[in-house]
Design a protein around this ligand. Structure first.
Ligand code: ADP
Ligand code: MG
Length: 739
């Protein structure tokens, strides 16, 4: 399965959006970000720091400023990745950054404006154009899925019952890594179809946006494309390569303190931040390289991206920035995140002939249908010619005919055959009718027989048609290189595209060389240390000292920044913790006061935590394996009966009472008991008059808190006769049941 075992690092590119109109009018003029496109550097100015403080410089694989075009970003940074996916690698592109910095713009953009189409629509074009231009011995199967992670739950955006459906589960298989169970996946045959899939999913997200207030920016969205390609290898057999592409639009990494959210929103933000901070931890652990444990399991997002970060995938991270001074802290955090991610090493390899390739199943099914059709064809031919060519249809089956022509031909032949047969039968019927020597009865019988034969013929034809339709439908799902899609680009356009790719490639390599030169420059300074005079030596050393001093200052500032960042995130976590503790106290109060202690204990003893699903679950009341042994043991008191039985029930059986109530331990209880809250209301008025019974909000001091009582316990305060009746019924019934 593995071919190319070399490792490569995650590519990180940074993009800065233009100042928005609001920022232009309100904020201080000018941004805080400068970009050196040639070197791939971002220079960040701290608006609050004195001018003497050195600016912070970060170097990335590529940077895109406010004037950058969607197309440039695609050609330079994304195109090579999609090419790899088409060659059978796994690929991931994710956009990371604060809300409103252009993640969705970069990933999706404005679909209708060709200049502003984002990574996803461009990738669609790229994939289908590639297929249409590839050789005709290649067969492709393209599938798409769309999901979102909202409040740590995975939801299928292509499921029609998106809103009400259960959250999906994550599973892991050695072949395809971590995957989502039962996720809808649509086979797409053209750009239009895959765009339709995207639209359906986006609408499901949009519904959430109105219902849940800006839901879209609060969930992580993943669009998954699987491209399976089958091609005959040198050994003559067809080999399948499977490329999986994840296109991820993450939720905003804004701070909750800044957005001023509370309650539900805060919990939401806490969950978003949880998965983003889990992502951060995974990136740190991987970039560090020393810590053996990578906490992928801390969130759904990191588990889904497990392969993309440090695994079998090629990954591009697009970090998006806003230029406004207001968001300096977030911008710095994003840059640090991105800077760390550069150090992650992945081990991408071509996925060749995996067991779960759907294309293989499709090919088998198509071959089976074709064999069936050929068999029918042979049978009809045999009938027509009245001669048996035993190997005929098998030979036909092997003969490789072009799928579509073959289908058309078969249909035509079948039709002709049916028409001929019908004509023949009609003629025979006519002959029978006109036959003078036949008895009327005999005539009727023969005619009936002919009718039946015609019916059979029609049925046969219908079955053939159905089979042909099924065959055609199956086959149309597979895309054959250079055929299925109309290639509306002429040669000139093709050349233009190639030139553009070449330029992109050149820019990229130029930047790499520049970056390497920069690093080498620094190193060689130390080597050129032969001085002709003392003066020169002093000069050189002063220069070096200055350089080192500047570096020291940079690092000091960085330490300060990291510290600040740490303090801030700790404060945030504390705030979240306080909020959650408050909520916990509230729930605890309810439990302490409204659930009888014995019930609570029963529930507690049955609960177990399922780490796989991250949920508490009830254990079954009777353990499954001991059930059978329990069933086998017959108690001594149950001689002659299925189970121990009371005197009352025996009498009832003897008298032939309703057999339904033989289970003697069923009691009739009236349902007209007084609601328990009346009792607790009584208690609370009592409490008001009595100081010693004051309600204490702290659930830990349970002496001050009113314990809940079941209505049985408070019966003294209840005076309705009906409940007394039902109570007495209960008392009389209990000893009987205990017998
Ligand atoms: P996010 O998804 O990060 O929350 P959006 O993609 O929704 O942010 O972008 C916020 C706004 O900024 C949108 O109106 C978008 O059109 C605009 N925008 C973002 N990036 C750019 C860009 N590179 N050029 C022009 N406009 C942009
Ligand atoms: Mg967005």
């Amino acid at each position: 399965m593995s071919k190319n075992k070399s490792s490569e690092s995650v590519k990180v590119v940074v993009r800065c959006r233009p100042l928005s109109r609001k920022e232009e009018s309100s904020g201080p003029p000018g941004g805080i970000i400068q970009m050196d496109l040639r070197l791939g550097q971002v220079i960040l100015r701290n608006p609050r720091a004195p001018a003497s403080e050195p600016q912070k410089t970060f170097t990335f694989d590529a940077v895109y400023d406010a004037n950058s075009k969607q197309r440039d970003l695609y050609d330079e940074s994304v195109r090579p990745l999609i090419d790899s996916v088409l060659a059978g690698f796994n690929g991931t592109i994710f956009a990371y950054g604060q809300t409103g910095t252009g993640k969705t713009y970069t990933m999706q953009g404005a679909w209708l404006d060709p200049e502003k189409r984002g990574v996803i629509p461009n990738a669609f074009d790229h994939i289908f154009t590639h297929i249409s231009r590839s050789q005709s011995d290649k067969q492709y199967l393209v599938r798409a899925s769309y999901l979102e992670i909202y409040l740590e739950e995975i939801r299928d955006l292509l499921d029609p019952n998106h809103g009400s459906a259960r959250a999906l589960e994550l599973r892991e298989s050695p072949d395809s890594g971590v995957y989502v169970r039962d996720l809808t996946s649509c086979v797409c045959k053209s750009i239009k179809e895959i765009e339709e899939v995207m639209n359906v999913g986006n609408q499901a997200r949009a519904v959430g946006a109105t219902d849940m207030n800006e839901h879209s920016s609060r969930s992580h969205a993943l669009f998954l494309i699987t491209v399976e390609c089958s091609q005959p290898g040198p050994d003559g057999r067809k080999h399948i390569r499977v490329g999986r592409l994840n296109l991820v639009d993450l939720a905003g990494s804004e701070r909750q303190a800044k957005t001023g959210v509370q309650g539900e929103r805060l919990k939401e933000a806490a969950k978003i931040n949880l998965s983003l901070s889990a992502l951060g931890n995974v990136i740190s652990a991987l970039a560090d390289g020393r810590s053996g444990h990578v906490p992928y399991r801390d969130s759904k997002l990191t588990r889904l991206l497990q392969d993309s970060l440090g695994g079998n995938a090629k990954t591009v991270m697009v970090a998006t920035l806003g230029p406004s001074a207001q968001h300096y802290d977030e911008t710095l955090t994003t840059l640090r995140y991105a800077n760390r991610a550069k150090n992650i090493q992945n081990q991408p390899r071509v996925n060749e002939d995996p067991k779960d390739a759907l294309l293989r199943e499709f090919q088998r099914e198509i071959a089976r249908l074709r064999a069936q059709l050929n068999h029918r064809k042979w049978r009809s031919k045999q009938k027509r010619e009245g001669q048996v060519d035993a190997e005929g249809w098998e030979r036909d089956e092997d003969g490789e005919m072009e799928g579509e022509d073959e289908g058309v031909e078969m249909e035509k032949e079948a039709k002709e055959y049916v028409e001929l047969e019908e004509q023949r039968l009609e003629r025979e019927k006519e002959a029978i009718r006109e036959d003078q020597f036949l008895l009327a009865e005999e005539k009727q019988r023969l005619l009936g027989e002919k009718e039946r034969m015609m019916g059979d013929l029609r049925k046969e034809q219908e079955a053939t048609e159905q089979l042909t339709a099924k065959y055609k439908a199956m086959e149309s799902k597979l895309l054959v290189g250079g055929k299925n899609i109309m290639d509306h680009t002429n040669e000139q356009q093709k050349m233009l595209e190639m030139k553009r790719q070449e330029i992109a490639e050149q820019t990229r390599s130029e930047r790499e060389i520049q970056q390497q030169m920069l690093v080498q420059d620094e190193e060689t300074v130390e080597l050129r240390e032969t001085f002709t005079s003392l003066q020169q030596e002093v000069e050189a050393k002063t220069k070096k000292l200055k350089k080192l001093y500047a570096k020291l200052q940079c690092i000091k500032a960085e330490i300060q920044d990291v510290n600040d960042e740490h303090v801030r995130s700790r404060q945030e976590l504390e705030q979240t913790q306080n909020e959650l503790t408050r909520e916990l106290k509230f729930k605890y109060l309810i439990i302490e006061n409204f659930i009888p202690p014995e019930e609570k204990n029963k529930i507690m003893s049955r609960l177990t935590f399922d780490p796989e699903e991250d949920q508490w679950k009830f254990q079954p009341l009777v353990p499954a394996e001991s059930k059978s042994s329990q069933m086998k043991k017959r108690p001594a008191s149950a001689v002659g009966y299925k189970r121990p039985i009371s005197q009352y029930a025996r009498v009832a059986i003897a008298m032939g009472a309703n057999s339904r109530y033989r289970a003697e331990n069923i009691m009739f209880l009236e349902l007209d008991m007084t609601p328990p809250n009346t009792a607790s209301l009584d208690c609370s008025t009592e409490a008001e008059s009595n100081q010693s019974h004051s309600v204490d909000s702290s659930p830990t001091k349970d002496r001050g808190v009113h314990k809940s009582r079941s209505w049985c316990q408070t019966q003294k305060s209840l005076s309705t006769s009906s409940s007394n009746v039902s109570l007495s019924a209960c008392h009389t019934a209990t000893p009987m049941a205990a017998k």
